[in-house]
Design a protein around this ligand. Structure first.
Ligand SMILES: NC(=O)c1ccc[n+]([C@@H]2O[C@H](COP(=O)([O-])OP(=O)(O)OC[C@H]3O[C@@H](n4cnc5c(N)ncnc54)[C@H](O)[C@@H]3O)[C@@H](O)[C@H]2O)c1
Length: 253
């Protein structure tokens, strides 16, 4: 799909990978709306990009629906949704202190998987109202998995389950939404220089990326953004979970 004059919603867009994607989308002539936590830099980011900010916590599903409604109203329609809101937890299935607390497992599933499904189902209903382009396309949704979806490390049991859920549902959503001309993909980054891993010392970064093929470096937000924009522009990209990982395969630790 063409980006010029198209409308994108960037969930988690106040920072990191979704921010870089929003910047690139804007640079290519698209309009943006940012959804992120109220305490985030979303308002300043939206102002800089000439867009609007709609604060919400994606774990509050009703508030997210309201924020999506408001964002689509501000934009007029939505063709692109890029969602990175999420996060992890370091806890093993069983430790000396006892089994993994169930509510902590559930929280990570809610934050990463249920919220991504909630956003995708609501956004797809908005996209279905678009006039299709000459190729029959109405929209494109990208959620964010992780290479932990495929080789989660010790202590990543909840996170890996949530991200594997995103990878699993992506292909089915592509099938579900295909007749409406809506494509759904996920991006699975390796370690990126964003969020919690942002600005860690060089020697730690080297240790964390030692198993990468090349380059042995953490990814930058722009590496995610280039992939996301390419998925948007390429009508053949559908149903996939695309690794952006420098050939890295996580070991157990
Ligand atoms: N950084 C990595 O190494 C890495 C690797 C693989 C996958 N990921 C995934 O990338 C995503 C994080 O993106 P990033 O790395 O650009 O980090 P980031 O912290 O720079 O950006 C994430 C944005 O999401 C927002 N956010 C977090 N929780 C939210 C919530 N409950 N409701 C609304 N907004 C919320 C944050 O405020 C932030 O602006 C997560 O889904 C994470 O699992 C990150």
């Amino acid at each position: 799909m063409e980006i010029k004059k198209h409308n994108g919603i960037f969930v988690g867009g106040a920072s990191g990978m979704a921010l870089a994607t929003a910047e690139l989308f804007r640079e290519k002539g698209g309009n943006v709306a940012i959804l992120d936590l109220p305490k985030s830099a979303g308002a300043a980011v939206a102002e800089r990009l000439g867009g609007t900010f709609h604060p919400c916590n994606v774990m509050d599903y009703a508030a997210t629906e309201k924020a999506i409604d408001e964002a689509v109203q501000a934009l007029g329609s939505v063709h692109f949704c890029c969602n990175t809101a999420g996060g992890g937890l370091a806890k093993r299935t069983l430790t000396r202190e006892g089994p993994h607390p169930l509510e902590e497992f559930q929280r990570v599933i809610d934050l990463n998987l249920i919220s991504a499904f909630n956003i995708s189902r609501l956004i797809s209903a908005k996209m279905a109202q678009n006039e299709p382009n000459e190729d029959g396309e109405r929209g494109c949704i990208i959620n964010t998995a992780s290479i932990a979806a495929f080789e989660g490390q010790i202590g990543q049991v909840a996170y890996a389950a949530a991200k594997a859920g995103i990878a699993g549902m992506t292909f089915v959503m592509a099938r579900d939404l295909g007749s409406m001309g809506i494509r759904t993909n996920a991006i699975a980054p390796s370690l990126f220089d964003t969020g919690l891993t942002s600005g860690i010392p060089e020697e730690f970064a080297l240790a964390l990326t030692k198993d990468a093929a090349f380059p042995k470096k953490m990814g930058k937000p722009i590496h995610y953004a280039i992939q996301a924009i390419s998925i948007y522009e390429n009508a053949m990209m559908n149903g996939g979970t695309i690794r952006v990982d420098a050939g890295q395969r996580f070991g157990p630790k």
